[in-house]
Design a protein around this ligand. Structure first.
Ligand code: ADP
Length: 459
């Protein structure tokens, strides 16, 4: 057991601030890093100490400067590093370097990051754990011939995926054999430029599935619990836009089986810390594993709202060596973990829906947020006068609503989105308003094709 005195967050924006808050509540001193381009970014002012990282490097490269970060951590007596999401959070080498320097990496082991970072290895682990996977190639594709054979055996459509893919990138849907050769070439070259790895594999493409994911917490003693599911089917180009917890349309019996499968995978793999197991659920009520995210997720907020469990504090306590049932963590046994009400999260971004969601930049001339009972805001770099630069991801603020039932959570969300006053930079708020008042969203009967198949959302 090692109680942390000081934690460094190797990240920026809302997630850095979210983690500082968790640390401060636990009596832990906080350290921020900021790039030259983030000189005035809000997160650096929200920590007890802040240091410039990656001098002379690019805006993103600065936050990926492993040795620079370790050097700062050692110089300032940091006990542990939280990587947030994105950036270095799924970099096994970073986790390994922390371990070598006796700095605790707040997350799973380097070995688990590596295994789940490769979708082919992750699938193999799911097969070993005896949970359902989508029919797919057990190894990366070595030749066009192999791909043609897969198509013949399983039928079209199929999807080519980069083994190291993430963030909705590195995927290509193929609808017939004629498209296959070109798609394979393109997928490979995309995978090389985006992820530095040309390995691609093929899965059957499922039509109109729901994306259901299960939040997991696991400690060093092998205790694993799930915190139920989130429905992340509201996606644009395979990227989540609006998330709901729990799922409105999942029958209890199916929910139970999906959560049990997630536990089975994490038990089999010996996973430690917080993680998410993602599944696709087809209209015929079958479910299939797609991947594990071995880190805190953007949408963890809504699980916190329905369970009352602080996922980031739990991550820190687990990394300190506590067990889930120690009073310092306070996670009840599985049968006592329950959900209360419904929560919805909207990702407000500085993207212009009228310009095909092109990121907008400039100075925020006005920023007044919505709020009120049942609203949680996780603010990134948003305040009047803030500079929105083109260097980083366009997430401005996460708005989460909670209410006893889904209809009220949606109506609270709509009311709050309408209360926002943001001038100077365009946001996707008008689009989000269209989503959360759409009858098909309110019915709960939506799937991953929801956004792309409804032109009215863009008007
Ligand atoms: P990433 O790691 O980039 O987020 P995922 O494997 O988690 O990629 O998939 C992201 C989304 O892409 C899924 O939520 C789903 O909408 C879609 N998708 C992925 N695989 C399939 C598949 N085999 N069939 C249908 N849709 C898929």
């Amino acid at each position: 057991m090692r109680n942390f005195k000081k934690v460094l967050v190797a990240n920026r924006g809302e997630i850095a601030i979210r983690i500082f808050r968790a640390c401060t509540e636990l009596g832990i001193r906080t350290v921020a890093l900021y790039s030259e381009q983030d000189n005035t970014a809000l997160h650096r002012f929200k920590a007890d100490e802040a240091y410039l990282v990656g001098e002379g490097k690019g805006p993103v490269e600065a936050y990926l400067d492993i040795e620079g970060i370790i050097e700062i951590a050692k110089r300032h007596d940091v006990d542990a590093i939280h990587p947030g999401y994105g950036l270095l959070s799924e970099n096994a080498e970073f986790a390994r370097r922390c371990r070598e320097e006796e700095i605790v990496f707040i997350g799973p082991s380097a070995e688990h990051i590596q295994m789940f970072g490769d979708k082919v290895d992750a699938r193999a682990m799911a097969v070993k754990a005896d949970i359902p996977v989508i029919p797919g190639t057990p190894e990366p594709i070595a030749s066009l011939q192999e791909a043609i054979l897969f198509g013949k055996e399983h039928g079209y459509p199929i999807i080519i995926k980069a083994a190291s893919g993430g963030g909705g990138r590195g995927m290509r849907i193929v609808r017939n054999q004629e498209e296959l050769e070109e798609a394979l070439d393109r997928a490979r070259s995309e995978a090389r430029s985006a992820f530095g790895n040309t390995a691609v594999y093929i899965e059957k493409f499922l039509e109109e599935p729901k994306h259901i994911e299960v939040q997991i917490l696991a400690d060093h003693k092998g205790q694993v619990v799930h915190l139920f599911e989130r429905d992340c089917s509201i996606q644009r180009r395979h990227q989540k836009v609006v998330e709901v917890a729990p799922s409105v349309s999942l029958p209890d019996e199916l929910r139970h089986r999906i959560c049990e499968s997630a536990l089975q995978l994490m038990n089999t793999s010996g996973y430690v810390n917080a993680g998410t197991v993602e599944f696709l659920v087809t209209p015929d009520q079958n479910f299939y594993f797609i991947e594990v995210n071995p880190r805190v997720q953007v949408e963890h907020t809504i699980t916190e709202l329905i369970t009352g469990i602080d996922i980031v504090q739990s991550q820190i306590r687990i990394a300190e060596g506590y067990s889930l049932n120690d009073p310092e963590v306070g996670i009840p046994p599985q049968e006592e973990i329950t959900t209360h009400g419904y929560a919805i999260q909207c990702r407000v971004t500085t993207e212009d829906p009228a310009q095909n969601f092109f990121p907008d930049t400039g100075r925020l001339l006005a920023y007044r947020s919505g709020g009120g009972f049942g609203i949680r805001l996780d603010v990134g770099n948003a305040y009047p006068g803030a500079d929105i630069t083109p260097h980083y991801d366009s997430l401005l603020v996460k708005v989460s609503s909670w209410a006893v039932n889904f209809e009220q959570a949606a109506s609270k969300m709509l009311r709050t989105l309408r209360e926002f006053r943001i001038r100077g930079v365009k946001t996707n708020i008008p689009f989000l308003e269209n989503v959360v008042q759409h009858p098909d969203f309110l019915s709960g009967e939506y799937d991953t094709s929801f956004i792309d198949s409804r032109q009215e959302l863009f008007e």
